[in-house]
Design a protein around this ligand. Structure first.
Ligand code: ADP
Ligand code: ZN
Length: 358
């Protein structure tokens, strides 16, 4: 079992990475000053797999448990679904000390986190992420949100959890495509912050794809450490935290052009990291070999490098929208090598088009 401590200015919490961790959540929660009523938010896929174990662990630790089960998928990140969580919380009499527990992937984590941040102006929040993507990324760092008809993640809050419990054995049941999507974010950490970790990933690719729990636990632990370090220095994304957006600018455009159904987030990020690599090479910021090494690892993990049939123009039009949101210029995260990135606002449209056309 490994622990990563996240130390923020006004708040700190522990991420526990342990095989079989779901059955220890109740005991771990008992170390915190919490009330006796807990509300689990999960989805219809995860509920039959892991909600029983979690409920038993909570009951054994003396908690009374209520549960809201939402439909799987991005559609549940809505104010309507959040309202269903509030209704359950109110009717079950949850008070200021009652924790809301997210059991599921990023969708459930973002939704439950948003509900925890706003119900009674904030109640304790526990994350039990069950996708690799959520375990290495969305469950750490405190971004919570629901979507608006006009855009994703537009309504939300920075709200830190009080406890995160990561059970790598829960990944055994994860669909292959979701596992690979999580590996894209894992690769991202290597590129932005740790060359040795990147090399370790290349060596461990087969074990990761085979879901070896020990290898997964080590890799997840390192990702959480790296994210915790970055978030601790910039909780609200004013500077350093932007590094975590490597691959996400083009990635979001790819997801959007595909109507959020053709490519999932991790696949978008894989394509986006490749594009960011090509832009970096095109601008002379990194070496050709660095992009090749990135391409090799992405391919080895079964991730796409390109979105065939997506025209550079279509992708560029989504980048224009990002521009508006970021007051005129996009903060591009470019790679200067494996394990090193830099942020720049000076990327020309022609450099982007050229990379997207390759
Ligand atoms: P993400 O974590 O990638 O943001 P979601 O929350 O949408 O994504 O989860 C992706 C899909 O995987 C959903 O259909 C969800 O129900 C399912 N899922 C989550 N965790 C598991 C698991 N451990 N085993 C099987 N399916 C899971
Ligand atoms: Zn991401």
């Amino acid at each position: 079992m490994a622990e990563v401590r996240v130390n923020l200015e006004a708040h700190s919490y522990t991420i526990h990475i342990m095989s079989g961790g779901i059955s220890h959540v109740g005991a771990l929660m008992r170390r915190l000053p919490l009330g006796d009523k807990a509300l689990i938010v999960t989805d219809e896929n995860v509920c039959p797999l892991y909600a029983g174990t979690l409920t038993d662990s909570l009951t054994a630790a003396g908690f009374t448990v209520a549960m809201v089960t939402v439909k799987p998928g991005e559609g549940s990140k809505s104010l309507t679904t959040a309202n269903a969580v509030f209704t359950e919380a109110i009717s079950e009499g949850l008070d200021r000390k009652s924790p809301i527990i997210a059991l599921g992937g990023g969708v459930v984590g973002d939704l439950a986190g948003f509900a925890a941040a706003t119900y009674l102006r904030g109640v304790p929040f526990i994350q039990v992420p069950t996708t690799l993507l959520a375990q290495v990324d969305s469950s750490v760092g405190g971004k919570t949100a629901v979507n608006h008809e006009l855009g994703k993640n537009l309504i939300g809050a920075f709200y830190q959890p009080n406890l995160v419990v990561i059970d790598p054995t829960a990944l055994e049941t994860l669909p292959e495509r979701e596992l690979k999507a999580g590996l894209a974010e894992v690769i991202k950490y290597g590129v932005i912050a740790d060359q040795n970790f990147f090399a370790d990933l290349a060596a461990a690719a087969a074990a990761l794809l085979a879901r070896d729990p020990a290898v997964l636990a080590t890799v997840i632990g390192r990702c959480c450490e790296l994210k915790a370090e970055i978030v601790a220095q910039d909780e609200r994304e004013s500077s350093l935290r932007m590094l975590l957006n490597f691959g996400h600018t083009v990635g979001h455009a790819v997801e959007a052009v595909g109507g959020y159904s053709e490519y999932n987030h991790g696949e978008g990020v894989a394509i986006g990291m490749h594009a960011a690599g090509l832009i970096s090479k095109g601008m002379g910021v990194c070496k050709h070999e660095d992009v090749e090494i990135l391409q090799q690892l992405l391919s080895r993990m079964g991730l796409p490098l390109k979105a065939p049939g997506y025209s550079p123009q279509a992708l560029m039009s989504y980048l224009q929208r990002d521009k508006k949101m970021e007051s005129g210029k996009i903060n591009w995260v470019l790679m200067t090598g494996i394990g090193q990135v830099k942020i720049t606002r000076e990327v020309t449209d022609s450099a982007i088009k050229e990379a997207l056309a390759q």
